[in-house]
Design a protein around this ligand. Structure first.
Ligand code: B12
Ligand code: SF4
Ligand code: SF4
Length: 308
């Protein structure tokens, strides 16, 4: 079978709007699997039972695509110039743009359609299968692990990612990238939920991003204490890696309609408005009722704080 020409794959990915692209040689990630299983044993995955399933598939691409030779990882920067009008109801930055699950998967399908030879097989993932995407970004040399549990590089950490698994080999493979946090521990010290007590390991039981996005029955007290009503960016906002970066020309994601909503409009949002203003974002993957509830709790908290 014809080999993938690594340089051409990467050039094309950048032309299509990805901020970085790397290719790792497929192999089982035994050390990452060991760490992952340790986190599960400690219960750090909170109520995310889906993480307990298909563990072999997470760390061995051969299990997801038989004969897999290469894992192509592409990053998509989501920093934009616009900012939301509401200063009370904060949403994490990845929601300010088009839902990446859709946008990134479409672009990866397009890329795969061009680069993968006809006789080869491939599979695209963007949070859509159990593969551990951060680990593959590290293996493909496009980012390294940070103590905040995310991966970063010279562009900071405001990016999302997806992979193309293929049984086609490449003419060049990138190498693993070592963590560069050094002595820094700002994210650990500033996390408002104390969810980063162990470096590199997020304790989802405490993490606000878990409670505002994944937890179907979050405790009102936890919601009240969260600086965000959807997701959380604190451990990225304090990270020095994100200090010098600017919205990139290569951003492929477009701004969402909801950015124009004022505080009062957020509070009065009907289910229909929710679909209209948030329909193209990752927030619409969650139910209106949960979103509205988080706004209500925050509104009440602000009111209580103002009256004391
Ligand atoms: C489950 C999940 C969550 C959970 C758990 C968070 C987490 N850090 O894993 C919750 C809901 C909390 C969450 C939140 C967020 N998420 Co999320 N999430 C995922 C998902 C679906 C799986 C990740 C996973 O398996 N976690 C389980 C834990 C146990 O695994 P782990 O972090 O990989 O554990 C590793 C580290 O602990 C490491 N490790 C342990 N010890 C040591 C020691 C050293 C020295 C080193 C180097 C490493 C190391 O090894 C472990 C094994 O891999 C991925 C998509 C995917 N399919 O990969 C997106 C993903 C990780 N999320 C993403 C994003 C954007 C976010 C948020 C920023 C969104 C937001 N603004 O609210 C937050 C950030 C919270 C944070 N600080 O991590 C992006 C990451 C982008 C990036 N730059 O890294 C991903 C990759 C989605 C995507 N396709 O782009 N997420
Ligand atoms: S996302 Fe927020 S709560 Fe979760 S680890 Fe980062 S700063 Fe802490
Ligand atoms: S804040 Fe410091 S320790 Fe945390 S991820 Fe950024 S560089 Fe690493």
């Amino acid at each position: 079978m014809e080999l993938l020409h690594a340089q051409s794959v990467k050039r094309l990915a950048l032309e299509m709007g990805f901020s970085r692209c790397g290719i790792a040689q497929a192999h089982p990630l035994d050390e990452a699997r060991r760490r992952f299983e340790e986190s599960l044993v400690d219960g750090r995955h909170a109520g995310m039972r889906f993480l307990e399933r298909d563990i072999a598939k997470r760390f061995d691409p051969n299990e997801l695509l038989p004969g897999c030779q290469s894992v192509i990882v592409a990053l998509c920067n989501y920093l934009i110039d616009d900012v939301p009008a509401s200063d009370r109801y904060r949403m994490a930055r990845y929601t300010w743009v088009e839902d990446y699950h859709r946008a990134v998967a479409q672009r990866l399908e397009q890329l795969a359609g061009i680069i993968i030879p006809e006789e080869a097989h491939y599979r695209v993932t963007v949070d859509s299968s159990c593969i551990s995407e951060k680990n593959w970004a590290v293996e493909a040399g496009v980012a390294c692990f940070g103590k905040n549990g995310l991966v970063h590089n010279e562009d900071g950490s405001y990016f999302v990612m997806g992979t193309i698994l293929t049984d086609c080999a490449a003419d060049f493979y990138d190498s693993f990238r070592k963590s560069d946090c050094g002595e820094c521990r700002l994210c650990q010290d500033k996390c408002p939920a104390k969810a980063l007590e162990t470096p590199f390991r997020v304790d989802a039981r405490r993490c606000f991003a878990y409670h505002t996005v994944e937890n179907k029955n979050p405790d009102n007290e936890i919601l009240a204490g969260s600086p965000f009503v959807f997701g959380c960016d604190v451990c990225q906002e304090v990270c020095p890696k994100n200090k010098k970066i600017h919205p990139a020309l290569t951003n492929v994601l477009k701004s969402s309609l909801f950015l124009q909503l004022q505080n009062q409009e957020m509070e009065d949002l009907s289910e229909e408005d929710f679909k209209h203003y948030f329909g193209d974002t990752s927030i619409a993957r969650r139910k209106y009722q949960r979103f509205h509830h988080a706004i209500e709790v925050k509104k009440q908290t602000i009111k209580n704080n103002e009256s004391t």
